[in-house]
Design a protein around this ligand. Structure first.
Ligand SMILES: [Zn+2]
Length: 266
């Protein structure tokens, strides 16, 4: 397969996974069944299969329900598109058919990125981090780091596993201090655990760029929100979406622009 075919397969799979992640963002909250057919949030009509095609149906329906004409949330097409693009980038930068370690890395990244997308969108919608997604992403990350360590046979104290452990503990410890000192006004306990996952995923050598990007994006959006009077200084912005964005940028930027991160390489 040539690279554009690989990209297309990854992108399409991402769109399909993305539409399932949308279901998770809505249904995890009320412990609704994850299987059953989708229905309109307004009129509760079941959604026909041909109106449930990722991205395409939203465009064809012009963003409104076929039965009641009410608006369909922008979250649906946006999350599908983001997941599609993340899958495509993973395929582009991490996957190579003949390299078995790249299969492992790709599988881990696709699952972890999916969990991250749900965590970010869920926190935006419900102001809380779904614990199930935290547990799954932490478990998968250490499963991957362990398997990677066994497969590439590198010395433990220079391994990805070791840097992952250190990174996880440093970010978790730092966030713990922030939550404790601010009495949960700067961020919440869920962010402390997400910090552990984040540090473990990117590894100790990349936590500084990740935190800079996350806090930078948060500050930027915070300033705009205040300027446009969406929020006052006291109202809270959820932090998880920014940490998720910072993580995702830190996963892909070093692959896309190696020169940018060269000096950080361990
Ligand atoms: Zn409807």
């Amino acid at each position: 397969m040539d690279t554009s075919a690989v990209s297309l397969v990854f992108f399409t799979s991402g769109l399909i996974v993305g539409s399932f992640l949308n279901v998770l963002v809505y249904r995890l909250k009320d412990a609704e069944t994850l299987l059953g057919r989708s229905f309109c949030r307004h009129c509760e009509h079941q959604i026909r299969w041909y109106d449930n095609i990722p991205l395409l149906s939203f465009i064809l329906l012009r963003g409104a329900c076929r039965d009641c004409d009410k608006r369909i949330s922008w979250q649906y097409p946006l999350l599908e598109l983001v997941t599609g693009l993340l899958f495509m980038l993973t395929g582009q930068y991490f996957f190579s058919v003949l390299d078995s370690v790249s299969w492992l890395t790709t599988g881990w990244l696709l699952f972890t990125l999916s969990c991250l997308v749900v965590i970010g969108a869920y926190d935006l919608r419900h102001m809380e981090i779904p614990i199930s997604m935290l547990i799954i992403s932490a478990f998968l990350t250490y499963l991957f780091l362990g398997a990677h360590f066994l497969l590439v046979s590198e010395p433990f104290f220079g391994s990805r596993l070791w840097y992952g452990l250190l990174g996880g503990m440093v970010v978790c410890g730092f966030f713990f201090l922030l939550v404790w000192m601010s009495k949960e006004t700067w961020m919440g306990w869920g962010d402390v655990w997400l910090g552990f996952v984040a540090g473990s995923v990117v590894g100790l050598h990349l936590i500084l760029p990740m935190l800079t990007l996350s806090f930078g994006l948060g500050a930027l959006v915070g300033v705009f929100a205040i300027l446009y009077q969406q929020k006052n200084l006291k109202s809270q912005l959820p932090f998880a979406p920014f940490l998720v964005a910072g993580m995702i940028l830190t996963i892909f930027l070093p692959e896309a622009f190696p020169w940018l991160f060269q000096y950080l390489a361990v």
